[in-house]
Design a protein around this ligand. Structure first.
Ligand SMILES: [Zn+2]
Length: 737
């Protein structure tokens, strides 16, 4: 284990980096990645004195201690810069170079010219195609249909989920716009689960697979709900015929809840209108349908694809699916909008495919149809809409020639609100020289003080058990009963949760009075209290219901863990009152950054939220990745232990080898605190505790360098259900916010 310390300079900053021959160049590169943001495959390491390129381990032993790091991308950019006199624009959205832009504009002009020859001047054919959708979307305005839609939605649950997702970002007092935005996303996720995709329907008589037999003529009961097209399928086994009417009326779809993208988007757009969102049904002429809603929070239109459960990723089709788009129209109660430009960054190519009608005739047709939709609106409303249209057109035009990709940013917090992202980055990064500032993967703050409070609240309870010499089996039974009570509480409406203690089995009754006081801390940590009126003892909310919503999954997981750990311990005495049973001094409220994360469902802070159902997922982490945790404020702690929990699925993604380091100076220099190799998680949601040998090092930043997952061949990802850090000694971390 030969170790050398190198001084690596990059962009005017110097970093001291230890090189360990056991770990090799690969790990050295990961270290550099965590310090400089330059991914290993983009790094060019040079000897500072002789510009020797370091590409193998032996090179590192040969060079002098001073190294220079350049990013291959930056190097290429620099060369381009040299050839230019000025940059086109230096705003945050990186615009394409002026040279490239000129070329694109030229190509667009040529495409337009070509269109003059091949496209039709006659608007008849395309109008015929658009008209049905104009009337289709009027159905969403029908109060009867909206009411029917509302009845099928678990309103309270979605509202709770939305508020919890905001609370997890530290936002306990969201504005109406923030709430609406969060609710819309939960509505989208719920819809995806509640609707079924149909290729060929299963046989109506025997449930077996069927084969398409062509089209049939619609019955009057089918026509009643707009199914002018009926597909026929024949059963492979009983040979019976199954009809698949393609209903257009969303009222019917609320009941059938199945179909292809047409049915999905149609029904989902009704839901969006039902909850008051300004919505459009978007028809893409290359055969897809989705929804757009205006987000007051983002201040702009947002793309939502109910089939995919994807939102605000308008380039999904062109970039992700490699679709050759031509026309995409948004249909709303107040007009028909050509929204194609939102979905492409290759407008000149799209223009080449727009051969149905000239652009000017199309514009004329759309404004004619839009005028019809707005006929009955008061003058004021019309000019407000026209204002909005102009702003939208401007922003579409602007984005069209920008290389900014909104798909690489925060969930629901995307390009529209740059100010928010900027302010977000400032939080937790008061240190300008630290590796935590400036990022592609943002710094995220952990809202997890409640997790620490809940873990801590178990201590008096367990101490009480051990003092009273309660038997292990009784302790387990009591905790199990409490867990059942909380499960019941969780199933209730989040705004009015209340449950009676009567549901505790009689056999435990004698313990109730004696044990209840020791449950006090735990109840308090859940924002719950005992209510003793009319001789009936109930548990009810004591404060903000959202705090309880946030806490319940945490305490349920913690109870399960505690019960499991109790079962494993041989006897129940003072000796067992330590980790992993008693979790004192959990570090919380820090800020986290990772080498990568899966958006929106695998972000780095998910590993710190105290629940097993969420996880941090690093899409390219199997062969090496990192996560940096910075303590809040000016806090410094000695790490005593940490716990890692395996995630819900795919054991191949479990971490196997890793190094934990601490830094006293915001990550300028690191000290190895713990190193683990060939670790195996035997089950899902398995929590493992690792004690750290005392070094006395007071760190303000910790870093996990994951070197390999269980299987790095078949899988490129790393995932971790949760990470908990424990400080040595008494952790003075009350109310850091
Ligand atoms: Zn059959």
């Amino acid at each position: 284990m030969v170790a050398r310390r190198f001084q690596v300079s990059h962009n005017g900053a110097d970093f001291d980096v230890d090189y360990d021959t056991d770990n090799g160049l690969e790990v050295f590169r990961i270290q550099l990645f965590s310090l400089t943001e330059i991914p290993p495959d983009k790094q060019k390491i040079l000897g500072a004195e002789n510009d020797l390129v370091v590409s193998e381990d032996s090179d590192l032993l040969a060079v002098a201690e001073k190294l220079r790091l350049v990013s291959i991308d930056e190097e290429a950019e620099e060369k381009v810069e040299d050839q230019k006199d000025e940059t086109f624009d230096n705003v945050a959205d990186t615009l394409k170079s002026d040279e490239e832009l000129a070329r694109l504009l030229q190509a667009e002009e040529e495409a337009l010219l070509r269109q003059q020859y091949v496209a039709d001047q006659n608007t008849g054919q395309i109008e015929e195609k658009l008209r049905p959708y104009v009337s289709q979307v009027q159905m969403y305005e029908d109060p009867k249909r909206q009411e029917a839609a509302r009845m099928t939605v678990p309103l309270n649950e979605l509202e709770e989920q939305a508020l919890v997702s905001l609370a997890k970002e530290g936002n306990f007092e969201p504005s109406k716009a923030e709430q609406d935005h969060a609710f819309l996303i939960k509505l989208l996720y719920w819809f995806k689960k509640s609707f079924r995709w149909v290729n060929a329907p299963l046989c109506e008589s025997c449930g077996n697979d069927t084969v398409n037999q062509g089209m049939g003529s619609p019955l009057s009961s089918e026509l009643q709900y707009g199914a002018s097209r009926v597909e026929l399928y024949s059963c492979r086994y009983c040979l019976g015929t199954t009809r698949f009417p393609r209903y257009n009326d969303p009222l019917k779809l609320l009941e059938t809840r199945r179909g292809r993208c047409g049915e999905w988007a149609n029904c989902f757009t009704l839901y969006c209108r039902t909850f008051g969102y300004d919505s459009r049904l978007v028809l893409d002429f290359t055969d897809h349908v989705w929804t757009e809603c205006f987000s007051e929070y983002l201040g702009r239109w947002m793309h939502l694809d109910p089939c995919e459960s994807v939102y605000d990723k308008p380039l999904l089709y062109e970039k992700g699916w490699d679709k050759k788009l031509n026309y995409a129209f948004g249909f709303a109660r107040d007009g028909i909008y050509d929204v194609t430009k939102r979905y492409t960054r290759k407008w000149h190519e799209v223009l080449n495919r727009r051969n149905l009608i000239t652009e000017s005739s199309l514009l004329g047709l759309l404004s004619k149809l839009t005028r019809e939709c707005r006929r009955s609106l008061p003058h004021q409303a019309i000019s407000a809409l026209e204002d909005r249209d102009r702003r939208e057109a401007d922003s579409l035009e602007r984005d069209l020639h920008s290389s900014y990709d909104p798909s690489v940013s925060l969930p629901g917090r995307q390009s529209g609100d740059k100010q928010w992202r900027i302010s977000r980055e400032e939080i937790g990064a008061g240190d300008n020289n630290s590796s935590l500032s400036s990022s592609s993967c943002p710094i995220r703050n952990c809202t997890d003080e409640h997790v620490t409070r809940i873990y801590r609240a178990f201590t008096p309870l367990l101490s009480h058990f051990s003092e009273k010499l309660v038997s292990q089996s009784t302790a387990i039974e009591v905790l199990n009963n409490f867990r059942q009570l909380l499960l019941k509480l969780r199933s209730l409406n989040f705004k009015t949760r209340r449950v009676s203690l009567d549901s505790i089995p009689i056999s435990q009754a004698s313990y109730v009075d004696e044990l209840l006081p020791s449950f006090g801390d735990l109840l308090e940590s859940l924002y719950l209290k005992l209510d003793n009126t009319d001789g009936k003892v109930e548990i009810c909310l004591s404060g903000d219901p959202v705090r309880t919503s946030l806490a319940l999954p945490v305490v349920l997981d913690a109870l399960k863990d505690t019960i499991d750990n109790l079962r494993k311990s041989e006897s129940f005495n003072q000796d067992v009152l330590s980790l992993p049973l008693v979790k004192e001094n959990r570090i919380h409220s820090g800020s986290v950054r990772a080498s990568g994360e899966e958006i929106p469902l695998g972000i780095a802070t998910s590993a710190f939220d105290g629940t097993c159902e969420t996880k941090w997922e690093e899409p390219n982490g199997a062969k090496g990745c990192w996560l940096i945790y910075k303590l809040p404020g000016n806090q410094k702690q000695e790490l005593m232990a940490y716990e890692l929990m395996s995630a819900n699925d795919v054991p191949e993604r479990d971490p196997k080898d890793w190094i934990v380091e601490g830094s006293e100076d915001d990550g300028t220099s690191w000290h190895v605190l713990d190193r683990q190799t060939s670790q195996i998680f035997e089950s899902r949601f398995q929590r493992r505790t690792f004690m750290v040998k005392s070094t006395g090092l007071q760190s303000n930043t910790f870093r996990f360098r994951f070197l390999a997952t269980k299987d790095t061949q078949s899988n490129s990802r790393l995932q971790i259900g949760s990470i908990d850090l424990y400080a040595r000694g008494s952790c003075q971390q009350e109310n850091t916010k």
